[in-house]
Design a protein around this ligand. Structure first.
Ligand code: GRG
Ligand code: 1GP
Ligand code: MG
Length: 230
């Protein structure tokens, strides 16, 4: 059940730490985007996560929670999947398996049917996720391809996520990741603010993620990014 996440071309990432004007949620869920991902690195709490879930849960669009900490690993009725990240390109073990150990050491119950592990390769050192995880973002195409191989062929992560959060990435790097990925679904996220950018990354990755543009640009830009990949 629930494995149709593999068919998504366009995901909209909503940040529980940010506010949307009234009426915007309805425009987002009817934009044609395939799913909503509720996620952020900074200032996400159970409280603001639940508030956002309440706002988006009645529209029938698939809902993913992507926790950046164990307290946000929730399996509430409205949630379809929990996408749990591990960062490949950090030397800080907390962001690879440490938080995961702490989560499972204390978790009361885990619905493993809902859990989809994601291998993140973080490439913008100035993003919150880059700073918090201490990711080594100074990587060549060959370095990225090797990390993709570690994630996909060795660890068999079902998702490899090329993360440029906040800035538009280098298509040749994403192409190298795509060439190296054999089984994993390749996600691209970062800086998509136009149909052209959505189309360019959408040709290379399986799934593109649009986040900040929803808040900074508005609904017409979101719709244009959807049309560009569907
Ligand atoms: C084990 C559990 C349940 C959690 C730990 C999960 C891990 C290792 C998280 C590492 C950080 C990470 C990859 C978070 C994913 C979400 C993400 C990248 C959100 C985007 O963050 P930014 O856009 O940089 O941050 P803000 O939007 O908060 O500024
Ligand atoms: O917010 P943007 O830059 O669109 O990035 C999307 C997503 O990859 C962030 O985790
Ligand atoms: Mg963000």
């Amino acid at each position: 059940m629930h494995a149709n996440w593999k068919t998504w071309a366009h995901v909209t990432k909503l940040d529980p730490d940010k506010h949307l004007p009234p009426g915007t949620i309805e425009e987002i869920v009817t934009s044609g985007t395939d799913a909503l991902m509720l996620s952020g690195t900074l200032n996400v709490t159970r409280e603001n996560l639940h508030e956002l879930l309440d706002l988006v849960s009645s529209y029938g669009l698939p809902l993913v929670v992507e926790p950046a900490s164990p307290d946000c690993a929730i399996f509430d009725g409205a949630v379809d999947h929990l996408f749990v990240p591990s960062v490949m390109n950090t030397n800080d073990v907390r962001w690879i398996v440490g938080k995961h150990y702490a989560w499972l050491r204390h978790a009361e119950s885990v619905d493993w049917e809902m859990v989809v592990p994601e291998a993140y390769i973080v490439l913008n050192p100035n993003s919150a996720v880059g700073r918090v995880t201490g990711a080594d973002c100074n990587l060549s195409a060959g370095d990225v391809a090797a990390f993709v191989e570690v994630a996909d062929r060795y660890f068999r992560f079902p998702i490899v996520y090329i993360e440029y959060s906040g800035t538009y990435g280098d298509p040749s790097i994403v192409q190298a990741a795509s060439d190296a990925a054999e089984h994993a679904t390749l996600y691209y996220g970062g800086g998509i603010r136009s149909a052209e950018q959505a189309a360019e990354m959408g040709r290379i990755a399986d799934t593109i993620v649009v986040g900040n543009a929803v808040y900074d640009e508005g609904i017409d830009v979101l719709r244009a990014t959807v049309r560009a990949v569907q």
